[in-house]
Design a protein around this ligand. Sequence first.
Ligand code: NDP
Ligand code: 5RP
Length: 473
Amino acid sequence: MENKFDFGMIGLGVMGRNLLYNMADHGFSVIGLDLDKEKADALETGATKGTQVKGTTDTQDFIKQLATPRKITLLVPAGKPVDAVVNSLLPYLDKGDIIIDGGNSHYTDTLRRVKDLEEKGFHFMGMGVSGGEKGARFGPSIMPGGDKEAYNHIKPLLEAVSAKVNGEPCTAYMGKDAAGHYVKMVHNGIEYAIMQTLSEVYDLLKTGQDYSNEDLHKLFKNWNEGRLQSFLVEITRDIFATKDTESNNYLVDMILDKAGAKGTGKWTSQDAMDTGVSIPTIDVSVSMRTISAYKNERLAAAKIYQPVVEKILTDKDEFAKQLEDTLFLTMIICYAQGLALLVKASEELSMEIPLHDVVKIWRGGCIIRSTLLEDFYKAYNNNPKLANILLDESISKLVKPCIASMRAVVSQATKSGIAVAAIQCSLAYLESYTSAKMPTNLIQAQRDDFGSHTYQRIDKEGIFHTEWETHEN
Ligand SMILES: NC(=O)C1=CN([C@@H]2O[C@H](COP(=O)(O)OP(=O)(O)OC[C@H]3O[C@@H](n4cnc5c(N)ncnc54)[C@H](OP(=O)(O)O)[C@@H]3O)[C@@H](O)[C@H]2O)C=CC1
Ligand SMILES: O=C(CO)[C@H](O)[C@H](O)COP(=O)(O)O
């Protein structure tokens, strides 16, 4: 009898092809399907010698060659392509077969697909994958969720191919229903916020203190050797040292300042608004990418307003130290906001997301991996029900010594005319979240004045309304 393949992969682009090779390198036989003949044909040539890999463009042949229950991972663009692929498979599948969507699908799409396919007798799982091209090839962080029975079929594969930290796999069951895709969405929201913060730090150093790319490279190299050690700081260090092949300049200086976005950051903000969780650093990071895309309007506005940036005259070493504190604290706040969203969303959607496992599997393989996650992991191990990591005593000991520097940086940036939206929002978030008294009593008074929305009092229980008077004098 012909040997059947252990796993199937649909979509042989950046992620699918590399994850497939990773699976094959770990001893699994894998068949890949892509509509593009060139990609399917090239698959075997790119595989490690001795591994069992086959490429095809024929759906029926693909299905026929898989061992049952079939385990098929999709790494195609989110949205309609996922539905198109699923529909193309249905006529050939057997009851009990498992489809795993490894792309960045919106979790509500995943909820719909889980239900539709369950009714038809198939398993459908949403699974976040992070680590980009290299991660997929050599060890990503993998966030599967949903159907537990289906998960048990793929657990050994996921544990084999994921990144490892202290010998532990960077994958774990993320919870019920669409939890895998929800966790990946929030991962990306945090990613947006840290990236925005890094771009602001870059602006302060380059525009405010005339750092060259060589200086930036050295500083980021130094930072990456300490408590800021993380994938995003590491690649930023390397970007500053990369020369353009078409000009004599550094490549970063040749790149147009318009940021792209595929939607996961925006979805995080939209969902946080619906869930009632405050994630201002992530929100503003989405917004800054949006404003960056209005290049022509910005050019026109710059002509009218002629902004002048005042140089930052603080001693360079002192300012670099303040920035290191600020970056460290802002990173903590980016994670704090995303993790707080996961806590609340998990409750609201009954996903039972294990927060200690989320931070555990983010320690390696993924784009937001950092040494900080080790501290968060300890915090969740002490208290798995922690509503916000800022409430953990050991985390507060990391936060407090950095606050003065953050204030100094925000104040210096404001004085100089350099926009630091993410850093500023993080400070405002910290000050509000740690404030025993906010000025929102005034907002309640205003709402009651114009709309009879009522208010509560500080001295007794109950709901109150006042007929507010006009006091012109
Ligand atoms: N790139 C990254 O760093 C990461 C991406 N992701 C997510 O993973 C998913 C895949 O991304 P990525 O690999 O970058 O995307 P690519 O565009 O590189 O690859 C997608 C592949 O899917 C193929 N495809 C599209 N429709 C079909 C179909 N109906 N049947 C078979 N194959 C199809 C495409 O073929 P063709 O080109 O011929 O249309 C292409 O080969 C996305 O959801 C993305 O958001 C997740 C983490 C990181
Ligand atoms: O999921 C990812 C990384 O974790 C993808 O690279 C994603 O495309 C990043 O988002 P965007 O394209 O919106 O910057």
